[in-house]
Write a protein that binds this ligand. Structure first.
Ligand code: C2E
Ligand code: MG
Ligand code: MG
Ligand code: MG
Length: 276
């Protein structure tokens, strides 16, 4: 698995955090308490139409506002939540909170903004996922077409089950992105038959754009265009990357070059200033 080294690094961090927290309570208990005490918070990173610079949507990214440790990154606690199953409840909270915020923004006149929500493979495969999703859409009176679920290629390890779920999601009317595209296993023949809408080109390939002569961004873009998918570049950090991506006809991008993930108010101001 291409992300193995990264994952191991997270494991080390997670272990450190776990050891540290074990003095008082386990990380597991901490996460459970965090849900009860509402210590999770969503940050948002805008996604821009590269040609016009207009904001088309945001991706929601969870943080844990820990009473003692401050704002904790999802890479520290999502793997633990996936191990112990709490990801299902956390994921429900994320979906609900993101959809509520999106409806609020729509009501404030930011009408066509979309919301990306990261869905863990465990949450995706959970038996209640579709019911949860439908309830959240109804409760928040949200038109499903504005919700963009980000799943990773690992979901396609079990292709029959995934295809069934994806078709269900299509019927509901939400959009689907393949996150971190290019780092997993999915074969091109599988991709061809998937009812998906967006490919998110992994940051590692965007990093390479500027420095390396061997690069797979162009083939990914060409393939995406052939399959009628929208292309989103992740992790754009400098002007040179932006220029190359525009030239290669990548449609959408996000990254520190435009802005980091931000709290709800700063995000709202950014959207207002960057709608064309
Ligand atoms: P991801 O979905 O691929 O999100 C992109 C990550 O790259 C985010 O990290 C974002 O802050 C970071 N990023 C964006 N632009 C740049 C850039 O220009 N440079 C650099 N160096 N980084 C950039 P973050 O927020 O720490 O999230 C990490 C991962 O945690 C996410 O990767 C996603 O897999 C997971 N995650 C975040 N929120 C959720 C959630 O609500 N549910 C689930 N299941 N997973 C989540
Ligand atoms: Mg994502
Ligand atoms: Mg990603
Ligand atoms: Mg990523």
């Amino acid at each position: 698995y291409a992300k193995k080294t990264g994952k191991n690094k997270y494991k080390v961090f997670t272990q450190l955090l776990r050891d540290d927290l074990n003095n008082h309570f386990t990380l597991e208990n901490g996460l459970r308490k965090a849900l009860e005490k509402n210590e999770f918070i969503l940050y948002y990173q805008p996604q821009l139409h590269l040609e016009t610079g207009s904001v088309i949507g945001v991706e929601s990214l969870i943080r844990w506002n820990h009473p003692k440790k401050g704002l904790l990154s999802p890479v520290l606690f999502i793997p633990v939540a996936e191990e112990n199953g709490l990801i299902v409840q956390i994921g429900y909270w994320v979906l609900d909170t993101a959809c509520r915020q999106l409806t609020l923004w729509h009501e404030k006149g930011l009408s066509n903004i979309t919301m990306g929500v990261n869905i863990s493979p465990i949450q995706f495969r959970h038996k209640d996922f579709i019911n949860h999703l439908e309830k959240i859409l109804t409760d928040n009176k949200l038109d499903p077409k504005y919700l963009n679920l980000e799943i990773t290629e690992s979901v396609f390890m079990n292709i029959d089950e995934s295809l069934f779920l994806l078709k269900k999601l299509k019927e509901i009317g939400v959009k689907i992105s393949i996150d971190d595209f290019g780092t997993g296993y999915s074969s091109l023949s599988v991709l061809k038959d998937l009812p998906i809408d967006y490919l998110k080109i992994d940051k590692s390939f965007v990093d390479d754009l500027y420095s390396n002569e061997k690069n797979i961004v162009q083939p990914i873009i060409d393939m995406g265009n052939n399959l009628n998918l929208q292309l989103v570049a992740e992790g754009i950090e400098c002007k040179e990357q932006l220029m190359i991506l525009k030239e290669k006809k990548c449609h959408i991008g996000q990254g520190y070059y435009f802005c980091k993930p931000m709290d709800v108010n700063v995000t709202e101001a950014f959207i207002k200033n960057n709608l064309k």
